[in-house]
Design a protein around this ligand. Structure first.
Ligand code: HEC
Ligand code: HEC
Length: 316
C-alpha cells in the first residue's frame, strides 16, 4: 500500500515521504511499543498528550467471543465502509479523524471517549449514551445512517472502545480527550486567503487541490477528502472551525502535528470549512432556518456568505 501511494505522488519532498511512511505504519498496525502516543511520535507530543493514558496493546485482545467482538470493532473503525456498508455514505474511515485506530491522544481517542458517557450534549439537548454518540458519527461524519443501538456494528464498536479504556477512570475528562479546544481561540479572525496559501503549501499534496483526497482503490482513501461529495457532511463536528482547527493543530500535516502556529491552524480550517459538502441530514428546506436551529454558533459557516456564496447548499 505504501508503495502505491508513493509512486502516485512523484513530486513529494523527502520529509513528507518519510512522514507518510511513519504515519501509515502507526495507523495501520499498532504495536505494543507504539501504544503510548507520546512515545510513538515525539513530534506530536503536547503538554496534554505527555500525561496521556496508555491503552492496552493489540496483542492483549482476549481470545474467544469477546475478543472477536473487539476485533470486529477495530476493523469497523479502520475500514468503515468495508465492514459496515449499510450505514456509511462516504469513503472515510473512523480512524481518519481518530488517529492510530482511536488510540492517539488529542484526536478524539476512544479510551477517553468511552468513560465520558453518558453525557449531556447541547447538539441534541439530552443526555447521550455512548451508543448514541457513535450513531452521531455515522449520520454526520460518515454521511450515512445510524446503526440501531442493538446492532452488531454498535456492539462491536462499544466493545472495542470499552477494551481500549481498560484501567481508565470513569466519568472524567482524561488528558488527551477529544480535540483540545479549551481556551483555543484565534487571535485574529480566521482568514480564507491566508488559509488558501497554507493549504496549497502544506495540505494539497496529500488531500488534493480540490480537497477531493486520493484513493488507493475504489471506496478506499489513501488520503481522505476534506470537502466535496465524498467527505463529512454539514452536520459533522469537523465542519465547525474550532473542532477543525484543534484537530489540524495537533495532527496535521500528517506526522507533523504541532508544527503549524495556532493562527495557521485556524486559517486553514477556515479555508477547508468554506467549501461545500453533503447537506446536513436535518436540513428542512431552508438554509437560514436550519442554521438557526442547529448551527447558531460562531464556529459554523453554514448559512454564512463566503466569497460571494452562501454556504450550506450541499453537494451530492
Ligand atoms: C470527519 C472526521 C470524523 C470521522 C470520520 C469520525 N469522527 Fe468521531 N468525532 C469527530 C469530531 C469532530 C468529534 C468531536 C470531538 C470533540 O468534541 O472534541 C468526534 C467525536 C467522536 C466521539 C466522542 C468523543 C468524546 O470524547 O466525546 C466518538 C466516540 C466518535 N467520534 C466515534 C467515531 C466513530 C465510531 C466513527 C466512525 C463510524 C467516527 N467517530 C468518525 C470527527 C470524526
Ligand atoms: C503527508 C500527507 C498529508 C498532509 C501533508 C496532510 N494530511 Fe491531513 N490527513 C492525511 C491522512 C493520511 C489522514 C487520515 C489519517 C489516518 O487515517 O490515520 C488525514 C486526515 C485529515 C483530516 C481528517 C479527515 C478528513 O478527511 O476530514 C483533516 C481535516 C486533515 N487531514 C486536514 C489536513 C490539513 C488542513 C493539512 C495541511 C495543514 C493536512 N491535512 C496535511 C494526510 C495528510
Amino acid at each position: 500500500m505504501r508503495k502505491l501511494i508513493l509512486s502516485g505522488l512523484v513530486s513529494v519532498p523527502l520529509w513528507m515521504v518519510l512522514n507518510v511512511g511513519i504515519a501509515l505504519e502507526n495507523s495501520t498496525q499498532v504495536k505494543p511499543a507504539q501504544a503510548n502516543p507520546a512515545q510513538a511520535k515525539p513530534v506530536q507530543s503536547s503538554p496534554v498528550s505527555k500525561k496521556a493514558f496508555v491503552p492496552p496493546p493489540e496483542s492483549e485482545i482476549p481470545e474467544g467471543k469477546f475478543g472477536d467482538t473487539i476485533r470486529l470493532g477495530r476493523d469497523i473503525f479502520l475500514h468503515t465502509r468495508a465492514n459496515a456498508p449499510e450505514y456509511v455514505g462516504n469513503d472515510l474511515n473512523c480512524s481518519n479523524c481518530h488517529l492510530d485506530a482511536g488510540r492517539r491522544a488529542n484526536s478524539g481517542p476512544l479510551w477517553a471517549a468511552y468513560v465520558r458517557y453518558p453525557m449531556y450534549r447541547p447538539k441534541n439537548d439530552k443526555v447521550n449514551t455512548f451508543a448514541e454518540r457513535l450513531q452521531g458519527c455515522f449520520m454526520y461524519s460518515m454521511n450515512g445512517k445510524a446503526p440501531p443501538a442493538d446492532s452488531e456494528v454498535i456492539k462491536a464498536l462499544t466493545a472495542y472502545s470499552y477494551w481500549l479504556a481498560t484501567g481508565a477512570p470513569t466519568g472524567v475528562n482524561m488528558p488527551g480527550f477529544g480535540y483540545p479546544k479549551q481556551g483555543f481561540e484565534p487571535k485574529q479572525a480566521p482568514s480564507y486567503e491566508r488559509g488558501e496559501a497554507i493549504y496549497a503549501e502544506k495540505c494539497a499534496l496529500c488531500h488534493g487541490e480540490n480537497g477531493e483526497g486520493v484513493h488507493v482503490k475504489k471506496g478506499e482513501f489513501a488520503f481522505p477528502a476534506l470537502w466535496g461529495a465524498n467527505s463529512f457532511n454539514w452536520g459533522a463536528g469537523m465542519h465547525e472551525l474550532n473542532n477543525a482547527a484543534a484537530f489540524i493543530k495537533h495532527n496535521m500535516p500528517l506526522g507533523l502535528g504541532g508544527t503549524l502556529t495556532d493562527q495557521e491552524a485556524w486559517d486553514v480550517a477556515m479555508f477547508m470549512d468554506s467549501h461545500e459538502r453533503p447537506q446536513d441530514p436535518r436540513y428542512n428546506g431552508n438554509i437560514q432556518e436550519t442554521r438557526k436551529k442547529y448551527h447558531d454558533t460562531k464556529w459554523s459557516l453554514y448559512g454564512i456568505e463566503v466569497n460571494g456564496k452562501v454556504l450550506g447548499q450541499g453537494v451530492k
